[in-house]
Design a protein around this ligand. Structure first.
Ligand code: WT7
Length: 655
């Protein structure tokens, strides 16, 4: 762990204003400590009380936590509930007329839906799914653009107990195929196309392509939401239009009551092997996490207009678009398009027009908007904002300060939220009316969450020393298993050395105030524009190309994207020495990766060598490659290299 050093030296501290503290759901450090202490005193009692207060149970639970088969923990196991009931039916008596979703399309067209109509649409679609024989426990792939329909589809699955797996619209047919077969899904819900930045980007044709691949005959139903009206193939009886499916359906649908441990969804994410992991979440524990963090971290108030910019294809779009905001009865903004269309003022304009109070986005978006127009926010009225948030990667203090000064006009606390697909909801984040913030730190764990920074042997390291971030106690919203691969789940997240603690895969350090500073991943996972990508996945995609013999992929720090992807490739034929030829192969391989995984995984740079630097035992020397990619002085021992001349080759950038 010696290479992990604390690089940040940030000393600014921002206390919430007296005004913010006064109105906060958790008001002041005293209130934060009261909650945290309650969890210390009686851990299961603490969570049981919160679960009883915040969830409508069809059948109350009597057992809170079952650790007998750790790490396969069970929470509230004998309780029964329905997540969609908790997000929709719950509000009908009290706020049926309240706007649930303000949807803004790519072209600026706005549509609003209230809780009553959302409930009716979810019920109709749920009935439509049932009419096709889709039932509790079935897996349903959702491959949709950001839309009210995406929220409806997820909620409808939850209503009938079907397990959804949302696949981000930027993934390729190959990636879609991999997820369909791993989940053994019987249905795919998609759209004819998605609109992004004024462009029509087909989705249904990608589904069609995926469904011709091996093993995809498990899919019996394809339901298509007509978004763009573009040409596409229609294969009856497998295919059905969304509007036809719901046309004659009733607007009520009795929810399927499920046990608290019934899987609500599977969401695929990258790890350190070539195969994505199907992260399986529960119903009860997951819902509790989403609700509590809406109240604690986002300080949710009924008057808020909440906007989380994440796509529903990621965990952030699950917890803070599809479930959390609806469960607390919020009005939320949902946006179809990209931050820079028609210009880099789009977000600020939308905040102004919809009077957004709570805005949650990724550092990479903030950095790109600074670059494209650091003064643009000043052209809009952002006075509705009261709270800002970030997620997905460490935020550099400069971007934090800009967000604080220019967007929040020094009035809004910033919640830098650390969590993962696997944790389901925020784990380390300031409660904004209590915890003072430091730019670049996600601050303190939310009350009840127990974290530590440890060395390779699982022993806690000292103050300001780098180590691995672990969560030492099971918590309700955590991953239950990797779909179809419990062994990998155990090995990956609960390795023996960690003695029962959950290993997050991040390196971090804790300062003298107990504040956590995340330093990045300490496995072979990259964070590119906030997207999580495994280097192995990109390597396997590259070597699947007939031109490629071997490939190694590393990350390189990037001003806007956080990290960029650099690939070192050995071709089956001789290394291209002529610039034009090299460039041509680079383009072929970049497009290839885009086809194999999706445009988000396209390498930014590809370099060629006669071979790759390896240790005597044949392991690729990644640290050396990282140094080369960064243009750093090479300090590693390279005396064992078979062919030191290749280092010069690998330093060469193809232009
Ligand atoms: C990884 C998880 C959590 C939803 C979006 C990403 C990094 C996440 C922060 C933060 C520093 C962060 C970590 C983590 N990360 N939030 N506030 N500060 N790093 O979910 O795709 O599962 O990625 O994102 O490296 O392990 P994900």
């Amino acid at each position: 762990m010696s290479n992990i050093e604390s690089v940040l030296n940030e000393i600014r501290v921002f206390k919430p204003s007296a005004e913010f503290v006064k109105q906060a759901n958790v008001s002041g450090m005293g209130a934060y400590r009261t909650l945290a202490d309650a969890a210390q005193k009686d851990y299961t009692g603490y969570w049981a009380k919160l679960a009883r207060e915040n969830i409508l149970w069809r059948k109350p639970f009597t057992k809170t936590l079952d650790e007998s088969n750790a790490p396969f923990f069970k929470w509230f196991e004998d309780g029964e509930l329905n997540v969609s009931y908790n997000c929709l039916d719950k509000h009908l008596a009290t706020q049926a007329e309240k706007t649930a979703i303000i949807f803004e399309a790519d072209d600026g067209k706005v549509s609003k839906i209230n809780y009553r109509d959302l409930y009716a649409r979810v019920c109709q679609f749920a009935n439509g799914l049932k009419s096709r024989g889709i039932k509790k426990g079935d897996r349903v792939i959702i491959y949709l653009p950001m839309s009210i329909e995406a929220a409806v589809a997820m909620q409808a699955c939850a209503r009938i107990g079907a397990i959804h797996s949302v696949v981000f619209g930027g993934f390729s047919a190959k990636s879609l195929h991999e997820r369909i077969t791993d989940a053994q899904a019987c249905a795919v819900i998609t759209a004819d196309a998605q609109m992004r930045g004024g462009k029509v980007m087909p989705l249904k044709s990608i589904v069609d392509e995926a469904l011709t691949m091996e093993g995809c005959d498990v899919v019996k139903h394809v339901i298509i939401y007509r978004r763009a009206g573009n040409e596409m193939q229609f294969n009856a009886p497998r295919d059905a239009w969304w509007h036809d499916l719901v046309a004659k359906q009733k607007t009520t649908c009795e929810p399927e009551w499920v046990g608290a441990e019934h899987p609500l969804f599977i969401l695929y994410t990258s790890g350190s092997t070539g195969k994505p992991k199907g992260v399986q979440h529960s119903s009860g524990g997951y819902l509790l996490g989403a609700i509590l963090t809406m109240q604690w971290v986002f300080d949710y108030k009924p008057t808020d207009i909440f906007w989380c910019t994440a796509d529903v294809g990621w965990i952030t779009g699950h917890s803070y678009v599809a479930y959390g905001p609806l469960a607390v009865g919020a009005t939320q903004v949902m946006y179809e398009g990209i931050p820079t269309f028609p210009d880099a003022g789009r977000f600020w304009k939308m905040i102004q027009n919809h009077k957004v109070t709570t805005f949650y986005t990724a550092p990479t978006a903030i950095r790109s908007l600074i670059k494209l127009g650091s003064d643009l926010p000043k052209q809009y009225d952002l006075s509705s904002l009261r709270l800002l948030g970030t997620v997905g990667e460490p935020i550099n203090p400069e971007a934090w300060m800009w967000y604080y000064n220019t967007v929040g006009q020094t009035r809004c606390p910033i919640v830098d939220t650390w969590w993962q697909t696997e944790t389901g909801c925020h784990m380390i984040a300031p409660l904004p009316g209590a915890v003072p913030t430091k730019p670049g730190s996600c601050t303190l764990p939310i009350p009840g969450i127990q974290v530590a920074v440890v060395d390779e042997l699982g022993n806690e390291v000292g103050t300001n020393q780098g180590g691995s971030l672990v969560i030492t106690k099971s918590f309700p919203s955590q991953i239950r298993t990797i779909w179809g691969d419990p062994e990998r789940f155990k090995k990956n997240y609960f390795p023996k050395e960690m003695r029962g603690a959950y290993l997050a895969g991040d390196s971090a350090n804790r300062d003298e105030d107990g504040y956590i500073w995340i330093m990045g991943r300490n496995d072979d996972v990259l964070k590119v524009s906030g997207h999580r990508l495994g280097t192995m996945e990109i390597e396997s995609a590259l070597v699947a190309n007939p031109l490629v013999a071997e490939a190694a992929v590393v990350g390189r720090p990037h001003d806007i994207k956080g990290e960029s992807i650099v690939a070192f490739v050995v071709l089956k034929s001789a290394r291209p020495t002529e610039a034009a030829k090299a460039k041509e192969i680079v383009e072929i391989l970049r497009n290839w990766v885009s086809k194999e995984i999706g445009p988000i995984a396209k390498p930014d740079e590809i370099r060629f060598g006669d071979n790759l630097p390896k240790t005597r035992s044949g392991k690729i020397m990644r640290r050396l490659l990282r140094a080369i990619a960064n243009g750093e002085e090479i300090t590693q021992d390279v005396s064992t290299l078979e062919n030191p001349a290749i280092l010069e080759q690998l330093k060469e950038v193809v232009r």
